[in-house]
Write a protein of this length. Structure first.
Length: 228
């Protein structure tokens, strides 16, 4: 018997170091809830795909170096990873995810239908760590950072995620980008204050791309470039 579209069923619920994460099924779709806050579902995925496409397009127009490396912050439901893996031009695709539950749902759970092929791609690697910690400790450099760990700079899932959008966090992002590299940040709504923060952090080419949704304010992707 099919699930009623208005009756979500909890498939898994975990308590982790950052609070509770829940995977629910609503009809044919899956959704992730973190600390009672809706994060994303599998109903569309346009904005998650645009996050990767916009970063690649900005990179392709701004630099000539071949085979760029990509860091995706937040595995989510897997749309961004799948989109990246579908592009043969990425040399390396690293995904930072701090929730073991979400990694498990992709490796051996129902979200494998979205990310299975991408995870099997030899260019892909999942790093089980906190994004802010990774940016502050790794020596790896990337040509593009595509970040989607919150509902936006003004609506974080946990308070400590706000560090990512602070001057120190943006400096860490810039430090992990190659010269001319692109930072792309997903948000559920436009944030003029974040645009100002990007400029104040020394990024250039700051702009915002909108993704129209059925109702309400458009999703957006904030884009910025580390000066060459």
């Amino acid at each position: 018997m099919p699930l009623h579209a208005d009756a979500p069923v909890t498939l898994d619920r975990r308590e982790g170091p950052h609070g509770e994460v829940v995977l629910r099924q609503r009809g044919e779709q899956y959704e992730i809830i973190a600390n009672g806050c809706f994060l994303m579902d599998t109903s569309d995925g346009r904005s998650e795909r645009l996050l990767v496409d916009a970063a690649y397009d900005a990179l392709a127009t701004g630099r000539t170096a071949p085979a760029p490396a990509l860091l995706i912050g937040g595995l989510g439901v897997g749309f961004s990873l799948a989109r990246a893996a579908a592009n043969p031009h990425w040399r390396r695709i690293a995904v930072v995810e701090r929730e073991q539950a979400i990694i498990d749902w992709h490796r051996s759970g129902p979200l494998a239908r979205i990310s299975g092929d991408a995870l099997a791609d030899p260019r892909s690697v999942i790093l089980h760590t906190d994004l802010v910690t990774h940016l502050g400790t790794t020596t790896d450099r990337y040509d593009a950072l595509c970040l989607d760990i919150d509902n936006g700079p003004d609506w974080t899932v946990t308070d400590d995620n706000g560090n990512l959008y602070s001057p120190a966090g943006l400096a860490a992002c810039q430090g992990r980008l190659e010269p001319g590299g692109v930072l792309a940040v997903w948000s559920a709504k436009p944030s003029p204050a974040f645009e100002d923060a990007l400029r104040n952090a020394g990024f250039t080419g700051v702009r915002t791309e909108e993704i129209r949704v059925a109702r309400g304010v458009p999703d957006v992707v904030h884009l910025a470039v580390r000066p060459a």
